[in-house]
Design a protein around this ligand. Structure first.
Ligand SMILES: NC(=O)c1ccc[n+]([C@@H]2O[C@H](COP(=O)([O-])OP(=O)(O)OC[C@H]3O[C@@H](n4cnc5c(N)ncnc54)[C@H](OP(=O)(O)O)[C@@H]3O)[C@@H](O)[C@H]2O)c1
Length: 445
């Protein structure tokens, strides 16, 4: 086949499957030759069950990319050179170039679920009715793709889920988790606001800085209702006694993704909306990054100012891409972190929620205005934590998201979605807990 071909002796199978519209692969990793792609492949090989629950047929995996030679080297380095054995999965090759639409559609046509990052994948997936897990953490990209393709994806009955890496499954699913836990812990209560604090320990790079950008104003999306006392993000760096750290507004894509999750439920005014709002009521959110010491805070602010200034000029942007270490006190690099650095890094996101108890709601007669005049009377703290975010946690998160789409398709809405909207009715959180992404037990305050 011209574009989609396999490397481990099954090329004809893939071509035949494509011609017949048959899905030859359960899971295809596009961009598998990249830094993150290789870790995602490792994670799939470690965790993919031999077959679907209740089925005999083995799970079929492919890696895809533009260079057949690189893909073949990757397969050759696998313990069994791509052959199925008792403990190893067989991995086939699909050659697909993001610049070549036909090759992208060929890849999508033979795959049930694709994990990757990029627009070409989204449009090809919609055209070929293939589910897609995207790991990119770019605000503008996520927002633009949602505006451009949400309706097409819904019409085509396709599920596309954005932000399925460290950006932003821990934050988005963590927010959903604390809402659900509050209602479980205090039956009949209504969560109204959540503060989120993101802490990276053993921080080896600040790649999120490069992605810092103004969150775009969302076109045609419903304004989120504000219930209860107003919660505002404190824009100034300050010492926060709740987390014993300096905090600054969170610079990752998480705040945008959490906002989109809440807006999507309001916007998609369908039969499911009432049920979804019960499971995930709209709350006010303020998200912060934690910075442990004044010295690091100073470096962080200096790096921020420098990046802001250099980003204004083309030559400045080129310099930053070429020498990222100069602009981030040596913490960002092209090489990515070493195994040792990854072992010493982990994340914790802590969620502080406030809400109205059932008793208070009844006393106020559920009158919104009356409630807003009183302070919330129930509080809850939960956390989501895990290993190194970029290359250890992200593959775990993306792969479990992909399995959830494969196995729980009937519980997942269609459209271009965020994690909390896609997975609200699924067992993704339980799956993540099994993979050492810890959703803490609830702490009552
Ligand atoms: N959400 C998160 O927390 C998170 C964490 C980590 C990474 N990510 C995202 O993951 C993505 C990949 O990051 P990375 O560091 O792994 O990048 P990378 O090492 O540069 O890998 C890029 C991959 O894309 C492939 N590629 C580039 N252009 C292509 C084209 N025209 N057609 C087909 N394949 C093409 C490359 O193939 P070649 O090998 O042939 O060049 C390579 O496999 C980025 O979007 C990053 O933001 C997200």
């Amino acid at each position: 086949m011209s574009a989609a071909g396999t490397g481990a002796g099954t090329g004809a199978g893939a071509a035949k499957g494509a011609a017949e519209g048959e899905r030859v692969y359960d899971l295809t990793i596009f961009g598998a030759t990249g830094f993150t792609g290789k870790y995602i492949l490792d994670e799939v090989l470690k965790t993919a069950p031999k077959s679907f629950p209740g089925e005999q047929q083995p799970i079929r995996i492919a890696i895809a990319g533009r260079s057949r030679a690189k893909l073949e080297r990757l397969v050759a380095a696998l313990p069994t050179t791509g052959q199925e054995t008792a403990n190893c999965r067989k991995v086939d090759i699909i050659v697909a170039d993001a610049q070549d639409e036909r090759s992208m559609r060929d890849m999508c046509r033979v795959s049930k679920v694709i994990i990757a990052a990029g627009e070409a994948v989204i449009s090809a997936c919609i055209q070929e009715h293939t589910s897609y897990i995207d790991i990119s953490g770019e605000s503008e990209f996520i927002e633009t793709m949602m505006l451009k393709y949400h309706k097409d994806a819904k019409d085509a009955q396709v599920t596309i889920v954005h932000a399925c890496g460290f950006d932003s499954i821990p934050a988005d699913m963590g927010l959903l988790y604390i809402k659900q836990q509050m209602v479980k812990t205090y039956p009949g209560s209504l969560p109204v606001s959540v503060e989120i604090f993101c802490k990276l320990d053993g921080l080896h790079n600040l790649e999120g800085e490069g992605r810092m950008r103004q969150i775009q104003k969302t076109a045609n999306r419903p304004e989120l209702p504000k219930f209860g006392p107003l919660l505002q993000v404190n824009p100034l760096p300050h010492w926060n006694t709740k987390v014993e750290a300096y905090t600054v507004p969170l610079f990752l894509v998480d705040p945008l993704v959490m906002e989109l999750s809440q807006q999507l439920i309001l916007q998609d005014d369908d039969d499911n909306q009432h049920d979804l709002l019960l499971q995930s009521p709209v709350v006010q959110v303020a998200a912060y990054a934690c910075i442990p010491t004044f010295a690091i805070l100073t470096k962080f602010l200096l790096a921020l100012v420098t990046i802001g200034l250099f980003a204004q000029l083309r030559v400045g942007r080129e310099l930053m891409l070429k020498y990222p270490g100069w602009f981030t006190w040596g913490v960002a690099s092209h090489e990515g972190p070493s195994e040792e650095q990854m072992k010493g890094t982990f994340f914790v996101e802590t969620f502080f929620a406030r809400g109205y108890s059932k008793a208070l709601r009844e006393a106020c007669g559920d009158d919104g205005e009356e409630l807003c005049r009183v302070q919330p009377d129930v509080e809850l703290v939960t956390s989501v934590s895990g290993p190194e975010p970029g290359y250890v946690a992200t593959p775990k998160l993306a792969v479990q998201a992909a399995y959830t789409v494969l196995w729980e398709r009937d519980r997942i809405p269609r459209g271009v979605l965020t994690p909390a909207v896609a997975f609200v009715r699924t067992t993704l959180i339980e799956r993540l807990i099994e993979q050492e992404i810890v959703f803490s037990s609830v702490v009552k305050k």
